[in-house]
Design a protein around this ligand. Structure first.
Ligand code: GLY
Ligand code: MN
Ligand code: MN
Length: 435
């Protein structure tokens, strides 16, 4: 992502904020796993969106119209001794030179400098409630100003939720962002192909997971969320991540996995038979989910409401389940009663971007939001029939199917970023046999 893109984002946000305001955006911190061992660092998505700066212990400050510089970055100072342990730091100089900050200071100086920047503002834009520790510091600085600790100090009159503006910006993906999401999709699709090729009776679910993760890492990426590899009855567990079972002939395998590339996520689910051939029942359920998914993708058009793809999946799945004898009644009544939820208990999708479940309001003024060009959402209907499901013939038990793609809304046809990965049942069988 070019420096110019981050600069454009900051300018867009500052235009929305207006003069006399300040935005304060902290980075992620290091999270300890135990003792002195940390989890892999992942920058906060809001902070990264505005800065492209991937170090912990930093705070970005935006002050529209400030003559001495609108973009101030606090960050860790250079420290050769610490850098020998933890790696390179840009330091304030690097923040200005390489990251476009107008001004930068060591993070330790924030208590001295930031209240002075806040006091000349009427409104403070900040995301309250994300970090309790940082919330307290903000309140501390405000109290300091209120107590008149500084001669002639003013106190901002209002706090404004930063998410509201920032998350609306993040919802519309630029050309560069879409390019990045296509790269994430390409790597993830190939990872799925590798896992499918590896599948056969006697292989463990974690061996397929290893194929996925190995391919992500071989491209410099990590998973965007915990990979799900559920075979047999495990395909019916929505968030199954143990990935510990030995697969058998006759099983379906559901893989829900995607990497993030340059911080942008992909989110793909495919379901296929371990043996390479669907049973008659598996094929019927699979084909129904696929029909629902395709019909829903066709609803991902500018001007439609966010809920329309979901409603389409509900219609197709309810009618299909009646045809298969798994539901009894009329479609209208079964949809009204939510009878389909016995087999399809989640929604058809979510926004995707820097976060796999990306930010952005789904409703505006209490109504479902209209889809617009540049928005990216997943379409992921499913049908799950765990063993022992009451009122359902045994031949259907243990069938869990979900099919998930990432779809860009355009001015014309929906653009399926993950569409090059096999999903027609005949194609899946041909792919598995060739593997
Ligand atoms: N993998 C998470 C989801 O599909 O929403
Ligand atoms: Mn998924
Ligand atoms: Mn998803």
């Amino acid at each position: 992502m070019k420096a110019q893109e981050f600069d454009q984002r900051r300018r867009a946000l500052m235009r929305m904020m207006g003069k006399g305001t300040i935005a304060i955006v902290p980075s992620s911190g290091i999270k300890l796993r135990n003792r002195d061992v940390a989890y892999p660092f992942r920058q906060d998505s809001d902070f990264w969106y505005l800065t492209g700066f991937d170090e912990p212990d930093a705070v970005a400050v935006l002050i529209p119209g400030r003559k001495a510089g609108e973009y101030v970055l606090f960050c860790r100072d250079r420290d050769p001794a610490r850098e020998a342990w933890d790696g390179y730091r840009a330091g304030p100089e690097g923040a200005v030179e390489d990251y476009g900050a107008d001004d930068a200071f060591p993070i330790e100086a924030m208590d001295d400098i930031l209240p002075g920047l806040i006091e000349s503002s009427d409104s403070v834009f900040y995301s309250m409630g994300v970090s309790g520790g940082f919330d307290k510091r903000i309140l501390g600085w405000l109290n300091e100003l209120r107590a008149g600790g500084r001669a002639g100090a003013r106190t901002p009159e209002e706090f404004v939720s930063l998410e509201h503006l920032l998350h609306d910006l993040r919802l519309y993906k630029s050309r560069a962002e879409v390019g990045q999401m296509r790269r994430a999709a390409r790597v993830s699709m190939e990872a799925h192909r590798r896992a499918m090729r590896r599948a056969q009776a006697g292989v463990y679910e974690y061996e397929l997971e290893a194929e996925l993760l190995g391919h992500f890492r071989a491209h410099g990426n990590r998973e965007a969320y915990g990979s799900i590899v559920g075979s047999g009855a495990n395909s019916c567990i929505l968030h199954y991540v143990e990935n510990a079972r030995r697969m058998e002939d006759g099983d379906l395998v559901l893989i829900d996995a995607g990497c993030e590339d340059g911080y942008y996520a992909s989110d793909i689910t495919r379901t296929f038979p371990v043996s390479g051939r669907f049973t008659a029942e598996q094929r019927k359920i699979y084909s129904l989910v696929l029909a629902a998914q395709k019909a829903a993708i066709d609803k991902c058009r500018a001007g439609n409401l966010f809920n329309e793809p979901h409603e389409e999946t509900v219609r197709v799945i309810t009618r299909g389940l009646i045809k298969l004898g798994l539901l009894k009644g009329t479609p209208a009544r079964l949809i009204k009663e939510g009878a389909y939820q016995k087999f399809y208990m989640h929604r058809a999708g979510h926004w995707i971007g820097l976060d796999v479940h990306d930010v952005g309001d789904y409703k505006v003024g209490g109504e479902w939001r209209e889809l617009e060009p540049g928005m990216v959402l997943t379409v992921e209907p499913g049908i799950y029939i765990p063993p022992g499901t009451r009122g359902v013939a045994k031949k259907w038990w243990g069938i869990g199917v979900r099919i998930e793609d990432d779809v860009l809304v355009t001015r014309g046809e929906p653009d399926v970023l993950t569409g090059a990965l096999v999903k027609e049942p005949d194609e899946i069988e041909a792919f598995m046999q060739a593997a």
